[in-house]
Every structure is written in structure tokens, then in C-alpha cells.
Design a protein around this ligand. Structure first.
Ligand SMILES: Nc1ncnc2c1ncn2[C@@H]1O[C@H](COP(=O)(O)OP(=O)(O)OP(=O)(O)O)[C@@H](O)[C@H]1O
Ligand SMILES: [Mg+2]
Length: 164
């Protein structure tokens, strides 16, 4: 695994980071998002949805556990989870939610560490911390994504509200 840090200075910048990261996500990739309430997990997911070319509105699926964002033009679908209300992976599997991993979309899981034991290996993890308008993002991703992630970082470094 490779670890990289990114600093975001605004909500828009965090969305921009999500948008750029979407470029390295392929069907079946899992994105685990960690961070306290209000850390920016949903903001980052909104950017990922935009980057995948999905127009639908992204809000925290806290009560529904999962929101489906289906591409209308044959692109990649996004399955957006918020597993905050689940106890552990047994709850997740009992609800049949693990089937989403094999539907060919990108799966983003807010609070995904709770179900880490059943997640496929093809995944990245992003932890967000901070307050005010600054967020420190810590990305972990497999070695095979190194080159593509380096390009993502380069594309973001031009943004004045983002520090790599
Ligand atoms: N740099 C930043 N990046 C992301 N969000 C920021 C930033 N600065 C301020 N914010 C604000 O923090 C809040 C983040 O909310 P968001 O719903 O994305 O958090 P969350 O991690 O999904 O929370 P929850 O666990 O409740 O679902 C928003 O109100 C957003 O405007
Ligand atoms: Mg959220």
C-alpha cells in the first residue's frame, strides 16, 4: 500500500479531489471513507460522482444505507453507502449489501472500516480530519495505482486551495 497526504482548504476543493480521484477508479473499485461527522466524506463522494459523469444529487444515505447512482450513458455506476448505522459486516451481509461489490460499479462506503473484513482487495481508503475549512486527507491505495495516482496529484497541485 502507498500513503499520500492532501490538504484541502474548502468544500469545493474536497469535491475537486473527489472528481480527480474518480479518474483512477474502475468498475468494482471500493473506496472506504473515514472521518468524523462533518469531515467531508459526502462532499468527497459528490466529487467522485461528478468525475464519473453522474448527474444525480449525492446526499448521505444514512437512513437508506445505500444510494444507487446509475449512469444514463453507459458509464460507471456509483453505489454510495453510509454504514454508520450498521454494527459490523455481519449486518452488512445479512442485508445482502455485499452483492453490490459484484455489480460492476464503483462502491464508496462512508465509515467503511466497519466492514473492512469483507471488502474486496481492489480498494482505496481515504481518511479526512480537520475543522474550520481545512481538511487533511490521508489516502492509502495499492501499489498498482501508483502511476495513475501520481497523475491525479499532479493535476490537483495547480489548485490554490489544495496542498499536496
Ligand atoms: N475543506 C472542506 N472539505 C469538505 N467539507 C468541508 C470543508 N470545509 C468545510 N466543510 C464543510 O464540512 C461539512 C462536510 O459535510 P459532509 O456531509 O461532507 O460530511 P460527512 O463526513 O459526510 O458527515 P457524515 O458522517 O455526517 O455523513 C460540510 O458542511 C462542508 O461544507
Ligand atoms: Mg456523509
Amino acid at each position: 500500500m502507498i500513503n499520500r497526504n492532501i490538504v484541502s482548504l474548502s468544500t469545493t476543493a474536497t469535491e475537486e479531489i473527489g472528481r480527480a480521484i474518480a479518474a483512477v477508479l474502475s468498475p468494482g473499485t471500493i473506496v472506504v471513507l473515514e472521518g468524523d461527522l462533518g469531515a467531508g466524506k459526502t462532499a468527497l463522494t459528490r466529487g467522485i460522482a461528478a468525475g464519473l459523469g453522474l448527474a444525480s444529487m449525492v446526499t448521505s444515505p444514512t437512513y437508506t444505507i445505500v444510494s444507487e447512482h446509475i449512469s444514463e450513458n453507459g458509464g460507471t455506476d456509483l453505489f454510495h453507502f453510509d454504514v454508520y448505522r450498521l454494527h459490523d459486516s455481519d449486518d452488512f451481509v445479512a442485508a445482502g449489501l455485499d452483492e453490490y461489490f459484484y455489480r460492476g460499479g464503483v462502491c464508496v462506503l462512508e465509515w467503511g472500516d466497519k466492514v473492512a473484513d469483507i471488502l474486496p482487495d481492489n480498494r482505496i481508503r481515504i481518511e479526512l480530519r480537520g475543522n474550520g475549512s481545512q481538511r487533511d486527507l490521508c489516502l492509502s491505495y495499492p501499489d498498482v495505482m501508483k502511476q495513475r495516482m501520481t497523475l491525479v496529484m499532479e493535476s490537483l497541485s495547480a489548485n490554490k486551495e489544495i496542498a499536496i
